[in-house]
Structures are given as C-alpha cells and as structure tokens.
Design a protein around this ligand. Sequence first.
Ligand code: SF4
Length: 325
Amino acid sequence: MSEIILEVQNLKKYYQQGSLFQKKESVKAVDDVSFVLHRKETLAIVGESGCGKSTTVKSIIRLTEPTSGKVILHGEDFTSLKGNALREARKKLKIIFQDPYSSLNPRMTVRDIIAEPIDIEKTWKTRGEREEMVLETMRLVGLDPTWINRYPHEFSGGQRQRIGIARAIILKPDIVICDEPVSALDVSIQAKIINLLKQLQEELNISYIFISHDLGVVKHIADRILVMYLGHVVEEGTSEDIFNHPSHPYTQTLLNAIPTIGVEMNESSLIDGDLPSPSNPPKGCVFHTRCPFAKEECVLKQPEVKDLGNGHQYACILNAENESE
Ligand code: SF4
C-alpha cells in the first residue's frame, strides 16, 4: 500500500439544536470516526442520507469545525492550522460538490470560474500564463478550449460538473473530496464522469474521498469503502471484501438494495423503520432498532470491532457473514 497522506483520528462533530426557549439537544452527526487515506487511493464513504458522511468530509476540510479529533495531512495537524498555514494546506485539499450549477457563478465565464483558485493564490505572473493554465486544465477534463468565453448556462449538467472538476484540480491538489459528484447526473453521464475522475487520478496522482449513497457507482471507483450509520463507521474494507464478504448486517442490507449496478439503491423498501434521530441515538449498537439479528446484548453495550485481516473490520457481535456466535 502507498504512503498515508491523510489520517482522521477520532473525529466528532456534535451540534447544539433547539431554540432560545427550548432545552438544547446535542446532535451527534459524526461520532468517533477514524480512517486513513493513501496516495492515489479512492476511499468511498457510503450510507443513507443522514448517516454523517457529508458532515464527516466537511469537518475534515473544516467547512464546519470539528468538535474534537484530529486530521493529519502530510504528517501535520490540519485541525490546528490557522491563517496562512491553513490557506497553504488547503491548496492540497479540494472539494467537488453534487450540484455544479449552484457552485458556479452564472455571471462569470468558464475562464474566470476555472481561474478563480489560481487568482486567489496568485500562482501566475502574466495573463498569458493564466490563460495557458486554464486551457490546459480544460483539455485535461475534456472541455473544448474554444468554449472558454461561455457562461455556465450554456453547458449541460455533465459539462458543468467537468467545470467544477477543473476548478478543483487546477492547483494540482493531492486530495479531492467528491461529495455525491454524479448523483444529479444521468446514468450515461455518470459513467463518463467516473472515467474522467479515474483518468485524472492516474495522470495527477490524486487521492479521492468519494461520498455516495449509490453503491453501484462506488463499485466502479472505490479501492476501499467505509460504511457509516448514524455517525459511526460500522464496516471498513477493500471494495472487494465489502462487495464479496459484507459482514455487518447494515452493509448487507445496503448491498441487497442494489439489484443492478448503476441503479440507485432503494433503502426504504429494504431497511425496516426510519433512521433514528442522531440527537437521541439508540443505546448499545446504534443499528439495533433496525437490525433483523438484534439480541438483548446489542441493546446493552456497543459491539467491539472485529478484525478480519487486510484492513477489513466491522462492529457487530455476530461472526462474519452472520453466523451466530
Ligand atoms: Fe445487529 Fe447486534 Fe450486530 Fe448491532 S451488534 S448489527 S444489533 S447483531
């Protein structure tokens, strides 16, 4: 395995919820999440909406400040950086959003949108140099350079996502966080964007943290997968281990919800009950209120993490593949 470039240690993000006149409740959106990311690796974080995957990545990049825990980027404590040191470190860590249209200024040309990060960082000396950096990035992401003067509304959804990707990679970051980057696109366009991300990874040695609720998409890009439920990581492993030997009942349920690759999972029809509120999470195993294998002890204490080797771990009292102990 290649070098570790990002390490997340015991990350927590709790929100206080409630109005002025109500008792404040603590919402545990992310509760003790740890993982590592290797160079040129794609780590997918999957789970239902509300499982904490987007809050996890927003806390990593400090779009929202984590309540506690550490993010080590290139051996340095990213969580404690301030001012110039934080700005400098952020050049190495970029994000692509789900809805490219809302993140693109409709009054700016594609030239100025893509150039924004290099303008902010002042990485060019002449206008010609700036133009060449934009054109090179457009070619890299498969945008026709003759479109440089166009505005966002003149592009299709897939092309707009390419603009979002161009803006994320123009500073040649080490890590790109992809927050549901293809879920707003048609299936045929999804495949093209996934292929583009893979091609850019090869050419630029990028590592991805890929957030998705669509395991069909994840199967095409992830090297490793983290399965989250109610702010907790319940299973982690290589893509092969997660798809071929899912060991946590929640992972098995998610996989059963994708009869065909590329078809969005239909969580509601396969998982009994609603996701519990993160302000009042179940005691013991957080999945016990919906787990078909729940036993009395699941309500009493949190299950220990079991290690199956090769980085495959899951938090459940059952033996792998649901054999009873
Ligand atoms: Fe289900 Fe118990 Fe395992 Fe939790 S610990 S997933 S409730 S069997």
